[in-house]
Design a protein around this ligand. Structure first.
Ligand code: SF4
Length: 316
């Protein structure tokens, strides 16, 4: 509240990820009660990351749940309030110790990244050599992984035997498995569970192989270009159109903020290449009627890359 008062903003847009939207009205009410002259508004749009900030050039955006993406410029002031878990990850990391040996890469997400130094100490005390890297310019915290960026793990991949992910869900571990080709062990404090990701990775790769095969015969491609600042890869989209046309296909960029089967089905494209969030093609493709592939997957279709050299699409 002090930050908002000090900056003297007269308007605030509050932005919440899906899991925190249920708290939005209460939070807006608290701010309203304390800052009488400030106009408070809630963004109702989906928010899956700091890649997707609304515009409020003369006011303040408050983004809950995420850390900033350092290499992403924004036209106004943004206050990031990451969602830190109250759960203690140390007990589940203690349980996973027998599965770890040698050199271990440590990665996490905003929920638990603040506990990485404690986890590193615990590993060191147990004759395990921990590695933590700061990643590239899209990464805010040492050891942080995004669903579209595993640079903090790739930077240490050659030095480590296994990656320890501390956090919830399989979304980020899947990125790590596809992005690094390393074994991943997940210590999930929310579920009090230790698990791997190999079966899911294998299933996803089988699905990707099938989707690439479907897209191979398409003659008309739509190339998705996102209007979201942190998902917008315009040069890449243009290069893809050029490559497709050179290969004798019809191709156009289609710009959109959000993507849905209804939106894509309105067009006569028989396959899509997504330059937006890489997870659209990987995680959501079953919801779509036409094949959606990533840029590196298009390289396989165009003969620039072999299936055996499959790489995960990352925004860096
Ligand atoms: S591009 Fe996708 S994976 Fe990357 S931060 Fe945005 S929503 Fe998350």
């Amino acid at each position: 509240m002090a930050t908002v008062k000090k900056a003297g903003h007269t308007s605030i847009i509050l932005q919440f990820p899906e899991g925190l939207k249920r708290n939005a009205i209460d939070v807006a009410g608290d701010i309203d009660a304390q800052l009488k002259d400030v106009h408070v508004q809630i963004s109702g749009e989906p928010c899956f990351g700091a890649c997707d900030l609304p515009s409020n050039p003369d006011g303040l955006i408050v983004n809950f749940g995420h850390y900033p993406i350092p290499n992403l410029a924004h036209d106004g002031e943004v206050l990031f309030i990451p969602a830190r878990s109250n759960k203690d990850p140390i007990p589940i990391v203690r349980k996973v110790l027998p599965e770890l040996k040698g050199r271990v890469g440590v990665v996490s997400t905003p929920q638990y990244i603040h506990r990485v130094p404690d986890i590193v100490d615990l590993l060191s005390d147990n004759d395990i050599t921990p590695f933590v890297s700061k990643g590239d310019d899209r990464i805010f915290k040492e050891g942080q992984v995004l669903g579209c960026n595993t640079s903090a793990a790739r930077a240490i991949a050659k030095d480590i035997d296994i990656i320890l992910f501390i956090g919830a869900g399989d979304f980020h571990p899947l990125a790590l498995a596809l992005g690094t080709n390393k074994d991943i062990v997940i210590a999930d404090p929310d579920m009090d569970e230790i698990r791997g990701i190999r079966d899911l990775k294998d299933r996803v790769l089988r699905q990707r192989h099938a989707v690439i095969s479907q897209a191979k015969d398409a003659e008309v491609f739509g190339v998705i270009l996102s209007t979201k600042p942190g998902q917008r890869r315009e040069d890449l989209a243009r290069d893809i159109v050029k490559d497709l046309r050179k290969a004798g296909k019809k191709a156009y960029i289609v710009e959109m903020e959000n993507t849905s089967p209804q939106i894509l089905d309105s067009f006569s494209a028989t396959a899509w290449v997504s330059t937006a969030c890489p997870r659209l093609a990987i995680d959501d493709h079953l919801a779509y009627n036409k094949p959606i592939i990533t840029p590196p997957e298009l390289d396989i279709i165009l003969g620039k890359r072999e299936w055996e050299d499959y790489i995960f699409d990352e925004i860096v």
